[in-house]
Design a protein around this ligand. Sequence first.
Ligand code: N01
Length: 495
Amino acid sequence: MSARVDHDLVIVGSGFSGIGMAIAAQRDGRDYVILEKADEIGGTWRDNRYPGCACDVPSHLYSFSFEPNPYWSRAYATSDEIQDYLLYCVEKYGVRDNIRLRSTVQRMTYDEGLGAWHVTVGTADGDSYQIVAGAVVLGVGALHDPVLPDIPGLRTFQGEVMHTASWDPGATMIGKRVGIIGTGCSAVQAIPHLAEDAKHLTVFQRTPIWVLPKVDPAYPEWLVDAYEKRPWLMKAHRAKIKAANELRVLAFTKQPMLLKAASKAALAHMRSAVKDPELRAKLTPDYTMGCKRITMSNTYFPALARDDVTVETSSITSADTTGVTTADGTHHDLDVLVLATGFDVSGSYRHLNVTGLEGHTLEADWDAGIDTFYGVTVPHYPNLFLLLGPNTGLGHTSVVLMIEAQIGLVAKLLDARDHRGATAVAVRPQVVPAHMEQLDQRSEHTVWQAGGCSSWYLDEEGRNRTLWPGSVVEYERKLAKPELIDYEFTGAVDR
Ligand code: N01
């Protein structure tokens, strides 16, 4: 590390990405600090506390490979359980002392002479200070900048308005008239709980969602015991889930016809709970399954079929002090309006005000088109690495696998930089267009782009800029053996 930098590595964000990167930095003897804007670690799993919040990837795969957890209580863990797991990892690996909570990155400017980043950090008391960082890893995630619907008059509504990602844990729906906008993954999990408590629930649906039955057994004590005593058994279980999930990528990327059987199962699942043909028609998607993230629930359809639940498909045109009005002229009186309206996936990077080489700003560069190399490095931004960046999300299995592959790549590139006595490593701009073109070609026939729906996976031009259009195994292989010729190493450490 050059004497002129404060920290070898600044990690922004403390979700799975940030914590995983910190553990690797600790292992490699790198001096690092984690900047976290909230008052606790956890990212998505700290923020998403709406009733019913759980992960739709089996917990034994949705966890670090180096920290298997025999104590998962069921197949699909709740957000609380995942947050506890992350808190445990922070303590076990001694990461806590390097975390600065309530520390918001306000600006990041690359200093070419120094080969380092000037990071401006805002503190909770309104002050700010600077850190000079030898490299920055952004583990900021894509799902934390809530999308708020642009409904005229919403501000005048006198009831409570809550986005699913900023849930008030003290809020109660008991005896209230509740409205929920959206029928994505978050809504599918929350609706059964809201329906249970509310006096009346109105679900404002723009696009119906595919819902499969959920097989979510609680793990019996003997199995937890077996996993604890025989870690190889747990590893075998993880490998089995990974292989089974990995097979599904074929259906998403090459053969959507393979989703036919699952679509039939989803429709049968709906028929068994919803007897009213009119309601069934409203709830039947007209796009290929998988185009939007597939959800799983055994309680969603029964909740929608209740007498005290209404599915409203007429769009909301305005709000006033007492509720909302839909395009058909109906006024819906409400006490609470829940926004399950998703996230602005590029928003998380915009707030960071990143300026790279020659005045390039991430905001302007990405307005022109989001170009990265394997979602980790960005041309014109040396010593900057993204975790779970563009085109590295997944629709078929655990993103923790992608995060670990990316952390491995970052460690390799930093080692290669240091080994050469260089101060900076950056992807060569000339290798990126071919990579992006390949991504575009591979995305063209995926269910996400060709499945007949719009989703947050696609940019304004309908191109997939969110998901990796291939298998995790392929991605892991590519990142495990990077072609160092694709990167340029510049500067010389002032020793
Ligand atoms: O958000 P979404 P989410 N007026 O964007 C509707 C992850 N996740 O929070 O489909 C009316 O999927 C919108 O309608 P439409 C997961 O990766 C994971 O549910 O655009 N409606 C849609 O129905 C997921 O993909 C888990 O027509 C409006 C909904 O709001 C991601 O988070 C659990 C509207 C938004 O759905 C986001 O899921 C939960 C408007 N103005 C979430 N704006 C796991 O289990 C939006 N909508 C891992």
